[in-house]
Unconditional design. Sequence first.
Length: 400
Amino acid sequence: MSENGFSPYLLSFGQFDNVGDAMQRVLGGETENENPSSPEVLETENSQGVHWDDTFLPDMNKHHFSSMPRWEFDDMYRHDPNFKPTTCARSLRNPEDPEYKSALISDILLFIQRGDLHMSEWKRLHHFNNPFGFMGHNYTFVKQAVDTIPKPQNSRLLLVPKSAKDGCIRCAVIGTGGILNGSRLGKEIDSHDYVFRVNAAITAGHEEDVGNKTSVYVHTSHSIITSLMMHKKRGFRKVPHDEGIKYVLIPEHPRDYNFLQYLMKNTKIPSGHYRGRSPRSYYGGHFNESIYYVLHPDFLRYVRNRFLMSRSLRTKRWWWFRPTNGAFTLFLAMHTCDIVRAYGFSTADYKNYPNYYYDSKHTRMTFFSNHDYKLEMKTWKKLHDSKMIWLYQGKTDDIG
């Protein structure tokens, strides 16, 4: 299987049928790759009802591993207890493609919220580096932030439109790629039930190419702050705030939990990253707790493990790599929508286009070292060819 294949990244789980069983053994001291430093003695109860007395929590440090560590529960994830199957007959969430079907977990828990981060969860997730877990993080610091996230009024991010007689949710996911420059796809994009945008979601002056509708805006604390700062002259003075919009945070770094805590408290950040800043100011006065979601580390790890397992994870700087914000956004759409069309994502002929669709002249595409862009390009093409999604591949593309 090629590195961009859909086959699940499965380890040998032996007798373990669930996260709780695996963790009982792991936290009992039978793990591989544990840091040999003195462990902390803890007492907790896991979500399966098993009580662990005097179990050990080894000190985890990403620099102690020469490549990404593998655990017996690495490919186990929390499932959404409120999951409701789609009624759309041709949904990508009911795939016919056997390879994609073997990798898909349609009921995976997408979001983390208040009450989710008890000590047994921490013991499991602290084995994974951010954003896939909490390796090296402080439990109290992260828990305080997570416990500010209110439970959403509706467990579903998106509802089936009343106009959808077939029960299908149709979504467009808009990247910032220069392939959209001059595309004139704005009306087509806005015709979807829901439109996902990410990072510097600039629409003013580019409506003809990218539309102006935004239903879901996905970001990190870093991307929302830097996008507004760097692209102010391009007209990006506030993030999208359409009626009914949902905001989704990718918690990629401890600073995101710091940002999150004071966003929910509606106060200035007193210390650490972004000290003195008011997180709500970046939402242009349109922030509402009920429309804010935070992606669960399990979902982020699942995307990496099953769809975007890069060779970079075999190197000493394995912890530096993660999928792009656009990649997480596309997979979020694929788990909340039935029909997905992707626009503005990089393709093999990326050299023919400017870096971003809002660039006024041709600029070379920037490849940041913490992302595997070529792997993502291959994955988008594979998803398109297997008819899981439709990918815009340029003006000569068959849109029919």
